[in-house]
Design a protein around this ligand. Sequence first.
Ligand code: AMP
Ligand code: MG
Length: 287
Amino acid sequence: MPKGNLAGVTRVGDLLRVPSGPVDLPAIDTRATPGFDGDKADAEQAAPALGERLATLQEQLYAEGRAGGSRSVLLVLQGMDTSGKGGTVKHVVGHLDPNGVHVASFGEPTREELEHDFLWRIRKQLPRPGKLGAFDRSHYEDVVTVRVLGLVDADTCTRRYDAVNRFEEELVAGGTRIVKCFLHISRDEQRERLLARLDDPTKHWKYNPGDLDTRERWDDYMTAYGAALERCSSEIAPWHVVPADRKWYRNWAITNLLIEELDALGLRWPEADFDVASERARLLAMP
Ligand code: AMP
Ligand code: MG
């Protein structure tokens, strides 16, 4: 039995999707490798073929968009600092044709953004038809971080869960498939990664002293994330918890999740809207 991808047997999406009911994040193993029977070397060996498969599917989506199709895919990445949101964009999305990709990251809202509804800045960054969009943080900051920081009260937060669900329903109805991933790292792993940032001057730009304030409230974040994942995981746009202490597993899992979503679209190369044989004949007749 070859090591590696067991995804032919079970969809990775089914393995990582949060079940309905309360989501107890601390109870979910951050080092597990659901669906993958192997180690880092096996994952690295599997990566090129998986990357190629994803790139072909994405090219088909892009081709469909160019031919007038309206479908798109949106990858939503959430997780604590150092959980690998940026790394996922680099390693998973980075292998795709940049023409077909739209990446957006969401930091603290600007004054202008705060004057609008919390979905205003999100709507502006949605993937156009044919595109694969990737969000490094998202509208979920507005039901997690703002809740932990006490910037909105519980009632507002509850209304926002409903607003998020309606928003996502609208997106799906418009032809966007949403792939939501919570990158789940342990507190110990975060310590290691923050230390690595502090100990390497080339990584200082990624470090923010505020990261430690956030870390201090780890349990509050897990509770707030658990609530958001429970309230906003739906049949049409489910949440996935991706164990992310192992970067190679994280990349493998999210690549597979995207492949599964794109596969489900039943993409085909658009048919030529010209007569191929006569174009060929004309070309060959030219000097
Ligand atoms: P980074 O992803 O490291 O660039 O950090 C972005 C920071 O912006 C994080 O601390 C987020 O929690 C914060 N942030 C993002 N969106 C919001 C929001 N809507 N409200 C408050 N803080 C936010
Ligand atoms: Mg940061």
